[in-house]
Design a protein around this ligand. Structure first.
Ligand code: HEC
Ligand code: HEC
Ligand code: HEC
Ligand code: HEC
Ligand code: HEC
Ligand code: HEC
Ligand code: HEC
Ligand code: HEC
Ligand code: HEC
Ligand code: HEC
Ligand code: HEC
Ligand code: HEC
Length: 459
């Protein structure tokens, strides 16, 4: 190691001189040019380390080999210490400490910690866009021991205890939340770099990859392979658009209730360049409307697969897109995952549905047809509606908003939709549909108040 002590500016003495006279303005001034002097230097005990060889030639050598100089007085107890800093193992105290003094009493070689550690290590912040407070401040010692440690990487504490030793508030918060993220209970370093990285909050990977590369393989596949994407899953904050990273009081680590998370984007129409706009579902927030059961419970994911879906509009299970559908129950798997499929498949029934004329199941009549059955959306709105039973005010039929005009009664109801003339059904006293009732709307068969086909072909 090269000495940083300036050469003396006078001729060498030729006889022994008292130690107190070693450092003067002319001689070895540098030995004491420090903010803080090392104990023995301060009391001129130069001979604790320097041994006079030849007074006439003013020749000295170190009193002991370099790697024994310091431990002569400072016993570093390395016994049983599982992790020892390499230069300490080899007794290279002088690589880190200057023997005479330093900017403070630790006598370190370097103006600050960063400069000091960087002599042997790559700069832990180099070229990174985001960095951690204490690392920027050069407080390496806040996390690392200089000589020995109980823990790998010379750390002051083990695992997340290290982080929580400063992040007390988070510690408290994590004990409070109902649904902590398992990963956070293990090790913070699974996601964060301790020093710096190129990503917000110095996470180890960019937002989406952070969640899907080492964990959440299933979601990664869904996001990649599903036919219909939900862009928000991979854009900007990615998963964090809906989930919290550490945990919270909502199941599935939702960052707030679906009504807040989803409606922040979906209250109004979303335009998409080159694609059809996504209609807003602001009706979900209208206090006066009847809400569909799952929405009442604030549960959009009862019906929607939010990471992506193989069905358009992201339902969890198939649901027809159009007004007509050749009926099979599996095409309505979404609705029948909560409602009994028999409401559409039983021709005659007493109980499975109230949409009956006597025992004639009018759901069956409308829906269960080999060709061109009406889909549920012909009559029911999906999210919320003005009418009970989620009967629509109107239904999109091609360009036309076809009116539905439904009026319930105690034992049935009346419908004067654009599909057929006004027709009534009654569970208690079944209406007998006279053939003449078909006159105002062509081709309506008595048993099939539904046979009128609107002229237009809907989407
Ligand atoms: C704790 C041990 C220690 C004490 C005490 C000490 N030195 Fe040193 N000194 C060293 C070591 C070790 C070196 C070798 C240089 C290095 O590694 O930085 C050195 C280097 C020097 C050098 C420079 C030699 C060269 O050519 O590089 C001078 C001069 C010197 N010391 C003078 C003194 C004087 C004067 C005192 C008393 C006021 C003193 N030292 C006290 C350990 C000590
Ligand atoms: C002759 C005995 C002696 C030798 C040899 C010696 N020291 Fe010291 N050292 C002391 C004394 C005495 C103090 C002052 C202790 C105090 O203030 O508590 C001290 C203080 C220190 C301190 C500051 C400790 C503190 O907590 O304030 C450091 C760091 C240090 N020495 C490092 C070294 C290094 C590195 C070497 C080898 C180059 C070395 N010492 C060699 C006696 C020695
Ligand atoms: C890798 C660099 C490095 C090496 C090698 C090293 N030290 Fe240190 N030492 C430090 C740092 C950094 C501190 C200050 C620690 C702090 O402030 O928490 C320190 C502090 C000290 C102190 C002050 C009291 C204490 O323990 O905190 C003494 C004494 C000391 N070292 C002696 C030694 C001795 C003796 C050796 C050789 C066996 C040695 N050091 C080797 C970096 C080193
Ligand atoms: C907030 C705590 C913290 C601070 C501050 C900190 N480190 Fe670290 N450091 C760590 C942790 C934790 C690891 C272990 C990283 C791992 O296992 O991925 C580490 C690892 C290291 C390593 C070993 C890297 C390796 O791959 O083996 C070095 C070298 C290092 N830090 C140097 C520094 C330096 C230099 C500073 C000051 C500029 C510093 N650290 C500040 C927490 C910290
Ligand atoms: C004199 C050179 C030197 C200085 C100065 C130095 N180190 Fe080291 N450090 C080493 C060597 C050599 C290793 C062992 C590297 C290896 O095994 O690849 C090491 C290893 C480490 C490790 C990894 C330990 C492990 O268990 O894997 C950490 C962490 C570390 N140093 C932190 C620091 C910090 C923080 C500082 C500043 C306070 C510092 N070092 C200053 C030489 C130094
Ligand atoms: C020595 C104390 C200390 C330790 C240990 C510590 N931190 Fe920090 N951390 C801070 C300080 C100080 C800040 C800056 C706070 C600020 O700017 O509001 C910070 C900021 C952060 C931030 C950014 C917060 C924000 O809102 O910008 C993250 C993330 C973070 N720390 C994670 C960790 C992780 C992970 C660990 C464990 C590897 C850790 N911290 C250990 C002191 C510490
Ligand atoms: C599963 C990955 C993951 C784990 C494990 C993790 N974090 Fe985070 N952390 C993140 C992400 C992602 C963010 C950014 C959150 C955001 O912007 O909403 C973050 C943000 C932070 C913040 C700043 C925001 C805040 O809430 O104050 C701190 C501090 C923090 N983490 C500390 C920690 C600590 C300490 C641990 C370990 C106890 C830890 N993290 C474990 C992923 C993680
Ligand atoms: C940050 C804004 C944002 C958030 C939050 C959001 N979405 Fe979306 N969503 C979009 C965008 C933009 C589209 C259009 C499809 C695309 O570009 O990926 C979309 C598409 C959809 C679609 C498909 C519509 C269609 O016509 O294809 C459904 C269903 C949906 N979102 C439901 C939800 C639900 C439920 C939530 C809450 C769990 C939610 N979204 C949260 C922005 C968001
Ligand atoms: C648009 C909002 C939204 C986004 C963005 C989002 N999720 Fe989800 N995620 C949800 C909802 C809602 C649930 C709850 C589903 C349920 O109740 O079954 C969920 C459930 C989960 C689950 C637990 C259930 C399962 O499917 O295994 C995991 C894991 C998950 N999400 C991971 C992710 C990851 C990873 C990302 C980013 C790639 C992400 N999520 C992005 C809304 C979202
Ligand atoms: C009962 C099942 C169900 C629930 C619960 C549900 N949706 Fe839907 N959602 C659908 C179906 C089915 C569609 C396809 C369009 C249609 O038939 O009305 C859809 C379409 C959408 C669309 C696209 C708009 C459109 O008309 O194309 C958005 C946005 C949407 N839903 C958001 C939400 C949000 C936000 C929630 C929770 C507040 C939610 N959905 C709850 C079934 C549901
Ligand atoms: C996640 C479960 C779930 C799914 C999927 C679902 N529903 Fe519902 N639905 C409910 C619940 C719960 C109610 C409220 C029942 C109650 O209040 O007794 C309800 C009520 C209804 C009602 C009004 C009945 C009443 O008694 O108020 C209609 C109509 C309806 N759903 C139609 C549909 C259609 C059409 C679909 C497919 C697009 C569908 N549902 C999908 C759970 C679901
Ligand atoms: C032609 C219009 C029409 C179609 C198409 C239709 N419904 Fe209905 N649905 C009604 C009417 C009207 C009621 C109200 C019956 C009553 O309370 O008098 C109703 C009631 C319901 C109810 C409440 C329970 C019951 O059966 O009384 C559910 C659930 C329901 N429908 C689900 C569906 C599903 C699922 C589909 C698609 C497979 C569907 N509906 C298709 C008109 C329709």
């Amino acid at each position: 190691m090269k000495s940083n002590i300036p050469k003396s500016i006078v001729a060498r003495p030729t006889k022994d001189i008292p130690q107190a006279g070693c450092v003067t303005a002319q001689c070895h001034a540098g030995v004491k040019k420090f903010n803080a002097l090392h104990g023995p230097v301060n009391v001129n005990a130069c001979d604790a380390c320097h041994k006079l060889l030849d007074a006439s030639k003013h020749k000295y050598e170190l009193a002991r080999p370099k790697n024994e100089i310091c431990v002569f007085c400072h016993k570093l107890d390395l016994r049983g210490a599982p992790v020892v800093h390499k230069p300490v193992t080899t007794g290279d105290c002088l690589q880190c400490h200057s023997p005479h003094g330093g900017t403070d009493k630790r006598s370190l070689r370097g103006a600050n910690m960063t400069e000091f550690c960087d002599k042997c290590h790559k700069d832990v912040l180099a070229g990174k866009k985001r960095a951690h407070g204490p690392a920027v401040a050069g407080a390496c010692g806040a996390c690392h021991q200089a000589h020995v440690s109980q823990y790998p990487k010379l750390l002051n504490f083990k695992g997340r205890d290290l982080c929580l030793s400063c992040h007390k508030q988070m510690d408290a918060q994590m004990h409070k939340v109902k649904f902590p993220h398992k990963a956070v209970e293990a090790d913070c370093l699974a996601c964060h770099d301790a020093h710096a990285s190129d990503y917000p909050m110095f996470t180890r990977r960019p937002p989406v990859a952070l969640c899907t590369e080492a964990c959440h393989e299933k979601v990664r596949k869904e996001v990649k392979d599903d036919k219909f994407k939900h862009g928000v899953v991979t854009q900007e904050q990615g998963c964090l658009n809906c989930h919290t990273a550490h945990g919270g009081d909502l199941a599935k680590l939702m960052k707030t209730t679906p009504l807040k998370v989803c409606m922040a984007c979906h209250t109004n129409k979303i335009e998409r360049p080159g694609l059809a706009a996504v209609p807003g579902v602001g009706e979900v927030l209208e206090p006066k409307l009847f809400k569909h059961g799952p929405i009442n419970q604030g549960n959009c994911s009862g019906c929607h697969q939010l990471h992506g879906s193989d069905v358009a509009k992201l339902p969890i299970k198939p649901y027809p897109e159009g007004f007509y559908e050749d009926f099979t129950p599996d095409k309505y798997a979404l609705c029948f995952s909560c409602h009994d499929a028999q409401l559409a498949t039983q021709k005659l029934t007493q109980g499975v549905t109230k949409f009956r004329n006597g025992q004639t199941n009018l759901h069956f009549v409308h829906v269960d047809k080999v060709e061109k059955g009406r889909s549920c959306r012909a009559c029911h709105s999906t999210h919320a509606s003005k009418n009970p039973m989620h009967i629509r005010e109107s239904v999109p039929y091609g360009q036309w908003q076809m009116p539905v005009r439904y009026a319930p009664s105690a034992t049935g109801g009346t419908c004067a939709s654009g599909c057929h003339k006004e027709l009534t059904y009654d569970r208690a006293n079944p209406v007998v549909y006279a053939p003449s009732s078909a006159t105002s709307a062509p081709a309506t068969a008595p048993s099939d108040p539904n046979a009128v086909k609107p002229q237009e072909n809907p989407k």
